[in-house]
Design a protein around this ligand. Structure first.
Ligand code: UD1
Length: 329
């Protein structure tokens, strides 16, 4: 049994993490802005941390953000908040951090070119997107590519404010681990879904947007051609990964793990599965695109399996059946 501080304990993922930790017999101290407890409050942390064995840091401003007006808030909550937390952990001798990171730190997924092998295409051009050319091309010869699963050692390329702050959190945690000998584990969540997912806002992921549309009797709007691939991982599997991370990693360093189902599906398949479970309306493929979006991002979760013993248990069909009617927050 470990005494664990969970930040963001009232949030979508944090609430499931808290429940899983308690189910495994850990004693959880909860901190959440919704209960007036701010991770940037060093004095509060000074009261909560003594005697704590590990911090599971889920508190963050999430989503893609609306525009640059969001930057100060992302930096304050995600970067400054983590810095305050790490300093307090060092001051109170807390030697283990489990950090909620994200696959967005990779930017575009991994691709193979028949001639040039593994390549990293840059952002898709507005002109290509406008003419419906959604697949990235080889940056060296322009020929078509085949997407591949991404491993934790892939180059990092954060492309928006949220991604940048998630990567900054990883770097700060690595600094903390080096300087204090602490153990930091970064869990790079892929597309998390499940009960209590926040409903449709500008900050929501696609699963919540489709679910909210269906609930309101509207057709899910599938952007691009619907062929963009993601790994949709159930929130209870993500919670179990956090429990497993309490005994993983190495002192003095940060170890990153993809947390994914290992079973990629397209955004079109997601819309179809949810619509089928709810009996319609049928999804509409609109050809719209968002400039910052990446085409395919699919994980290789082998490191988490090998080192943390983590394996997602809830498959796509089963998870979507539950999610189709599960309560949203
Ligand atoms: C999402 C999150 C990201 C998080 C990551 C891993 C958001 C906005 N993005 O990234 O923060 O780190 O998962 O959990 O929270 N789409 C539609 N129709 C819509 C909305 C979106 O077809 O109505 C498409 C998008 O064009 C994109 C795909 O769905 O191709 C996924 O979109 P989204 O869930 O927003 O972003 P991710 O890039 O997967």
């Amino acid at each position: 049994m470990t005494k664990v501080l969970v930040t963001g304990s009232a949030g979508f993922i944090g609430s499931h993490v808290t429940a899983a930790l308690e189910a495994h017999g850990h004693e959880v101290t909860k901190l959440d802005l919704r209960h007036g407890a701010d991770v940037r409050d060093a004095a509060l942390l000074g009261r909560l941390l003594p005697g704590t064995g590990a911090v599971v840091h889920q508190a963050a401003k999430v989503g893609l953000g609306v525009n640059v007006a969001d930057l100060p808030d992302y930096a304050s909550v995600n970067v400054y908040g983590t810095a305050v937390l790490l300093a307090a952990m060092a001051a109170h001798g807390v030697g283990r951090l489990v950090l909620a990171s994200s696959m967005v730190v990779y930017g575009e997924g991994a691709y193979d070119c028949a001639r040039h092998g593994r390549v990293r295409p840059g952002a898709r051009s507005p002109a290509d997107l406008a003419r419906g050319s959604f697949e990235p091309c080889c940056p060296r010869c322009g020929s078509s590519l085949v997407f591949a699963t991404i491993g934790e050692d892939a180059p990092l390329d954060p492309r928006n404010a949220y991604a940048t702050t998630k990567l900054a959190q990883e770097h700060l945690a690595a600094n903390w681990a080096r300087e204090t000998g602490g153990t930091a584990v970064a869990l790079r969540y892929h597309n998390v879904y499940g009960p209590r997912m926040p409903r449709d806002t500008p900050y929501s992921g696609v699963a919540a947007i489709f679910r909210s549309a269906l609930e309101a009797g509207r057709a899910p709007r599938v952007f691009e051609d619907g062929g963009q691939m993601r790994d949709f991982v159930h929130v209870r599997d993500v919670a179990e990964a956090n429990v497993a991370a309490l005994t993983g990693g190495e002192p003095g360093t940060l170890t990153a793990y993809n947390v994914a189902s290992g079973e990629p599906h397209s955004v079109g398949e997601l819309a179809a599965a949810l619509a089928a479970e709810r009996g319609g309306p049928e999804p509409v493929t609109t050809g719209e695109h968002r400039l910052g979006d990446v085409r395919h991002i699919v994980a290789a979760p082998h490191r988490a399996t090998a080192e943390l013993g983590f394996r997602a248990r809830i498959g796509f069909a089963e998870g979507m059946k539950e999610f189709a009617t599960a309560p949203l927050a």
